[in-house]
Write a protein that binds this ligand. Structure first.
Ligand code: UD1
Length: 413
């Protein structure tokens, strides 16, 4: 699949942000913690959600969808999720927590997802061990077994989003109280905690670096609406600034995009925060800036690629340091095909601004790299052809329609 992007676009108008991918994936999986009916509102039509829905059905859940509302009735009859589905999406690792908590045994093949360097799972496994599970690895599978999960103190060496979420889900049905120390602070972690609490769980202080979870015997049905997508919002914010446009981005929690807002302001764009929306415009030159990716509330690694595309046209040299993932600069060589001047030294990229980019044949290597190429294509002179555009559809709902409605000319090839 490919996208053809006509260059020299100026984005103007209004765009509505969808439900957060990284919030809804763990929430759909956490619905497995209760055998009652759970209703999730605002389910976005993105490929990663489709894969998680298939995984839930594969485990024994019954799903039905009416417009944006998905109803899930769980009963886990299968403790070994299908390899073909698991390998497509990193978030499938989060199935471990609920299956282990409800069935006391889980077997899962090592998961896939976007190719962004080594992504170990040691923190997840160490946490399950602390909760009393025995872990064995065999033939590319991880098996976790426990007679009973017991509340414990878990210290994470790094505030991993996935490990915090997986352990929070397991601890929600454990016997006794669990503390997750050095927990991830991301808004999606808080949203998952709110969802578990809506199901009758007892998760305290999510959003701080020590989360306390009092295990419950069972959880109940509920209705829940997850938060809007801060990375989708950030992507449109950068696209507006990159094209010298003026966009009103609706359904945003401004607090969640503070780091993106700060860097856009530094680069010379105008950003106006409102209650649930943000306006971004730019008329002057793009000033060079320094960016370092960090866990929340630091600058998100999921916005790094989009900023690299934007800064490729800055008036000077910008420096981007990627501290969260190894090897997450795959988009740099594709941007170079379009004329960008980027030098990579280890975990740092030096982006020397060029006069302009030119359309080219490029390839998306992951979801956010794909979004970066889309932004570059909108800025460039001529037409850009982005191969592997299915990566973009993993996480951006109706992106072609949304961009075309505000002045882009993109078609699917
Ligand atoms: C989540 C997001 C992803 C985002 C990332 C960082 C979802 C579905 N995905 O991914 O979009 O880019 O957070 O904000 O929410 N690590 C270990 N051992 C582990 C687990 C992680 O060393 O057991 C390392 C990873 O290799 C990486 C860092 O910790 O270097 C951050 O990973 P983590 O926060 O776990 O990211 P994900 O939950 O996979």
């Amino acid at each position: 699949m490919e996208l053809l992007v006509e260059g020299k676009a100026t984005l103007r108008g209004e765009v509505e942000i969808s439900t957060s991918k990284n919030a809804i994936l763990p929430i759909l999986i956490a619905a497995l913690l209760s055998e009652d009916q759970v209703y999730i509102n605002g389910v976005p039509q993105i490929n990663d959600v489709e894969i998680v829905k298939k995984l839930l059905i594969n485990l024994g859940a019954t799903l039905s969808q009416q417009e944006g509302q998905l109803s899930i009735k769980s009963f886990i009859s299968n403790i070994y999720p299908d390899y073909e589905l698991v390998r497509q999406i990193r978030a499938s690792l989060l199935l471990m927590g609920p299956i282990l908590a409800t069935r006391k045994t889980v077997k899962i093949s090592l998961p896939g997802g976007c190719a962004i360097g080594t992504r170990p799972i040691d923190l997840h496994l160490k946490g399950f061990e602390a909760l009393g599970a025995r872990i064995t690895l065999s033939g590319g599978n991880v098996i976790a077994q426990a007679k009973e999960l017991k509340g414990s103190h878990i210290y994470l060496d790094f505030p991993s989003v996935g490990a915090t979420e997986n352990l929070m889900m397991a601890a929600a049905l454990a016997h006794g109280t669990t503390y997750i120390e050095n927990a991830a602070l991301e808004p999606e972690v808080v949203d998952l905690a709110n969802f578990i609490n809506r199901m009758g769980g007892s998760v305290h202080a999510a959003g701080s670096n020590v989360i306390k979870i009092e295990g419950r015997k069972r959880l109940y049905g509920c209705t829940y609406t997850p938060i809007p997508d801060r990375i989708e919002a950030g992507t449109y914010m950068v696209a507006a600034a990159a094209t010298g446009g003026n966009l009103l981005i609706k359904n945003v929690i401004p607090e969640h995009v503070k780091a993106t807002t700060a860097k856009l302001l530094e680069s010379g764009a105008q950003v106006e925060e409102r209650d649930k929306s943000i306006r971004v415009e730019r008329s002057g030159p793009i000033k060079p800036i320094y960016i370092k990716t960090l866990p929340y509330p630091g600058f998100p690694t999921d916005m790094q690629a989009q900023f690299m595309a934007y800064l490729s046209h800055c008036s000077g040299s910008s420096v981007i340091t990627e501290s969260v993932f190894e090897n997450r600069f795959m988009h740099a060589q594709e941007l170079a095909r379009m004329g960008a001047n980027i030098k990579i030294e280890g975990r740092t990229a030096i982006v020397k601004g060029v006069e302009g980019l030119g359309g080219a044949h490029v390839k998306a290597s992951d979801l956010r790299a794909g979004a970066a190429l889309l932004i570059a294509g909108l800025m460039a002179e001529g037409t850009t052809c982005i191969a592997n555009s299915h990566y973009i559809d993993r996480g951006y709902e109706r992106i072609v329609e949304k961009l075309n409605a505000v002045g882009a000319k993109i078609c699917r090839g």
